[in-house]
Design a protein around this ligand. Structure first.
Ligand code: GLN
Length: 536
């Protein structure tokens, strides 16, 4: 029978519930259990796809085309196992289902209420992934902070699941904060006590407390927390702030979080945790022998979370090459012909980021031109590839004012355009080309060398495509279309012939980079930047 673990958060947001959940999952996976993680978000958007990146950071995309919370990226990076639409549920989606059921008459004339109808739908979705034999353990991260109005139906669902399944099959971990008061030189437990009381008010006694702290927790403090929060001392787990999130699984191992969970859920031990590969990766990450500077050209650069997977992909691929990648965010709105040389003088390569809308687009075009003309390694992702095509069309093919119709619907040369099926679409949510599509790679190309394969599957999130009417001319002038979707013939990857490394993809490789398998395009780009640096 599948066991369920719920992870709630108290005191403040941003304590790292996603990282704790992913770390615990990693430890259990390394002991031979099959684990998946899902996240329930208490907002009313049906998914984060329509959210501005400034609101909620990056929107992460799964193989099956779900637009999800960025924590799912960590689940995949840690577990090296794909998640799906079912792994991210929002209040909006729950209500949408219940309201649709009501319209179909499925509630047989009853008054539809938060309890039991909303809570039943939450429970159904919480158990969905556990219904196949695929997973021994399902970890559910509850978004938000205990005490928020929005979280109440979720807590009630967890309380009921506990009652339905029993304590041996269902466990609650509460993540809290122990603030340190400099004047008193003390860690304070009161916010934790209050936050646990809040949970108890909802009828939930947490089994394990994971305490986020900047200072070691003494035994006396552990005892105090255990006594006042009604948990065993061994269930008070220290989560000390780490220098990298990838160190957290090892910190949790040291605190025996996995063992406490195994005992409480009466799981039969399978093997000692095997974290050899993980430790080797951490060793390389912490002891780089090279260093490069990469410019990240985008318009949401003020918020690191907006390009989360790109930053993480650089870190993972950098570790593979024992190279510290300093990612330097550059606001594309501020790039002009007369300042680009200065701005790019310390860079070994640039990545032009994905994005929507015309703000900052022309700066990206100037950046692409600079990289092309100065033989600087260039990596374009999604809008980054569209930028490269627009730049090349204007400045090499001489097609004046060539553009994407997203930026200028009246451009004389629509080198990037909407696909026919996109033109009829009115709804914004979930209507892009989303999820995994196959891509065939031309032999003798740089991308073929990078992947070492001629058929790959990559994830998409866009409406516009390269216009095949211009393909012949682009190829003739040296922009090779090296990745093609075999069923639609759409161009998925381009590269420049006379350039050491100028590659761009319509898909998002950053969604498929994990600790165990850093993405080959990122690894190859870093190699090119290292080479470029040594030539300088
Ligand atoms: N705005 C572009 C499109 O919709 C690119 C999207 C992206 O970069 N994710 O096609």
């Amino acid at each position: 029978m599948t066991k369920y673990i719920f992870v709630t958060g108290g005191v403040t947001s941003s304590l790292g519930k996603g990282i704790i959940s992913a770390s615990l999952a990693k430890l259990l996976q390394s002991r031979g259990f099959s684990v998946t993680i899902q996240k329930f978000d208490p907002y009313i958007n049906v998914d984060p796809g329509t959210l501005n990146p400034y609101e909620h950071g990056e929107c992460y995309v799964t193989d099956d085309g779900a637009e999800t919370d960025l924590d799912l990226g960590y689940y995949e990076r840690f577990l090296n196992k794909p998640v799906s639409q079912a792994n991210n549920v929002t209040t909006g989606r729950i209500y949408q289902t219940v309201i649709q059921n009501e319209r179909k008459g499925e509630y047989l004339g009853k008054t539809v209420q938060v309890i039991p109808h909303i809570t039943d739908e939450i429970k159904r979705r919480m158990m969905l992934l556990g219904q196949s034999d695929e997973h021994d353990i399902v970890i559910t991260e509850l978004g938000g902070t205990v005490g928020d109005i929005e979280s109440l139906p979720y807590l009630e669902a967890v309380r009921q699941m506990r009652w339905d399944l029993g304590n041996d099959n269902c466990l609650v971990i509460h993540l809290t904060l122990l603030p340190y008061l400099e004047a008193a030189k003390e860690l304070k437990t009161k916010p934790t006590q209050h936050s646990v009381k809040e949970l108890q008010n909802a009828g939930i006694q947490p089994d394990i407390l994971v305490c986020r702290t900047d200072h070691d927790i003494s035994n006396a403090i552990r005892r105090k927390i255990a006594l006042f929060c009604n948990v065993e001392i061994s269930s008070v787990i220290e989560a000390i702030t780490a220098d990298t999130v990838y160190a957290v699984p090892l910190l949790m191992l040291r605190e025996n979080l996995d063992r406490v969970v195994i005992n409480k859920l009466k799981l039969r031990e399978r093997k000692e945790p095997d974290l050899k590969k993980w430790k080797e990766f951490l060793g390389r990450l912490k002891n780089p022998t090279h260093e490069i500077n990469v410019g990240l050209i985008g318009k949401y650069i003020e918020l690191k979370d907006a390009y989360k997977s790109i930053y993480e992909s650089f870190l993972l691929a950098g570790a593979e090459k024992e190279c510290e990648v300093n990612v330097i965010p550059i606001q594309s709105e501020n790039i002009y012909d007369d300042n680009i040389k200065d701005k790019f003088s310390d860079l070994d390569g640039i990545l032009v980021a994905p994005g929507f809308g015309e703000r900052g687009f022309e700066g990206k075009v100037i950046a692409a031109r600079y990289a092309r003309e100065n033989k600087m390694p260039f990596f374009g992702i999604c809008l980054g590839m569209q930028t490269a095509v627009v730049e090349f069309s204007r400045n090499v093919l001489g097609l004046e004012n060539a553009n994407s119709t997203e930026m200028n619907p009246n451009t004389p040369y629509k080198v990037i355009d909407l696909m026919e099926e996109q033109k009829q679409i009115e709804n914004m949510g979930g209507t892009m080309r989303l999820g995994t599509y196959p891509c065939e790679i031309k032999k003798n190309s740089k991308v073929h060398a990078a992947y070492g394969e001629s058929k790959v599957n990559e994830r998409h999130r866009h409406r516009y495509e390269m216009n095949n009417d211009f393909k012949k001319d682009l190829e003739k002038a040296g922009m090779h279309c090296v990745g093609i979707n075999p069923s639609t013939n759409l161009v998925e990857m381009i590269e420049l012939k006379d350039h050491p490394w100028f590659i761009a993809s319509q898909f998002h490789p950053e969604y498929k980079s994990t600790v165990e398998e850093p993405h080959p395009l990122f690894v190859s780009f870093i190699e090119a930047c290292m080479k470029n640096k040594s030539i300088d």
